[in-house]
Design a protein around this ligand. Structure first.
Ligand SMILES: [Zn+2]
Length: 206
């Protein structure tokens, strides 16, 4: 009788444990990750406190590439230097490949300098995009306390033009003084790269 009384809470506890440890099943098989360092060249993106978004995204893209390569993925960067590339051309890099997902990296800026935190965006109506974004966003801030702004649908051109599953990660507000100090630090960008890679791994169906 004891077992009958106990099975339900045990099952619920197991489910909660599965959710919290990230053992939900993967959603999609892929071997290739296109990593898009936001902005570049004549388009610097946001800038504040001596930081320029296009430089941070390129550094983070290279870190993410190293982590994913170590985990056995094929990776392609949409840019590996400080050059301008149109949103269409960024999407084309992924559109010419199969078994691929597209990860666009950004840092955020706002006139209200009190705003901070990370968020992950996906194309409205893309169920795979929503899942990928949710997996990545749930990893961000796992190792460091970070304001979680959630995962959200957004009509962004680079997401619209990308045919495969795609997510765009806003890795923190460089217009917030506290967060800018983190974003400007190599150790923080390394943690970001490892957390993003973890979200990608969780999304992959093996
Ligand atoms: Zn940006």
């Amino acid at each position: 009788m004891l077992a009958h009384h106990l099975w339900f809470p045990i099952a619920v506890a197991a489910l909660i444990a599965a959710l919290s440890t990230g053992s939900l099943p993967g959603q999609e098989a892929f071997t290739h990750v296109v990593i898009d360092a936001g902005h570049g060249g004549k388009d610097p993106g946001s800038s504040a406190y001596g930081l320029v978004e296009k430089n941070l995204t390129l550094d983070l893209a290279e870190r993410l590439q190293r982590v994913l390569t170590d985990k056995g993925f094929t990776t392609t960067l949409t840019r590996s230097e400080d050059v301008f590339i149109s949103l269409e051309d960024r999407a084309k890099v992924a559109n010419s490949s199969t078994e691929v997902i597209f990860i666009s990296l950004h840092f955020n800026g706002h006139l209200d300098r009190s705003i901070a935190g990370t968020e992950t965006l996906y194309w409205p109506g893309s169920e795979n995009g929503r899942l990928l974004a949710s997996y990545i966003q749930s990893e961000l801030g796992r190792r460091l306390v970070t304001r979680n702004r959630g995962f959200k649908p957004k009509r962004l051109k680079v997401l619209e033009k990308t045919k495969c599953t795609a997510a765009l990660i806003e890795c923190g507000f460089i217009t917030n003084r506290w967060e800018s100090q983190r974003c400007g630090s190599e150790w923080f960008r390394q943690i970001l790269a490892e957390e993003i890679a973890q979200g990608i791994l969780r999304y992959r169906k093996i």
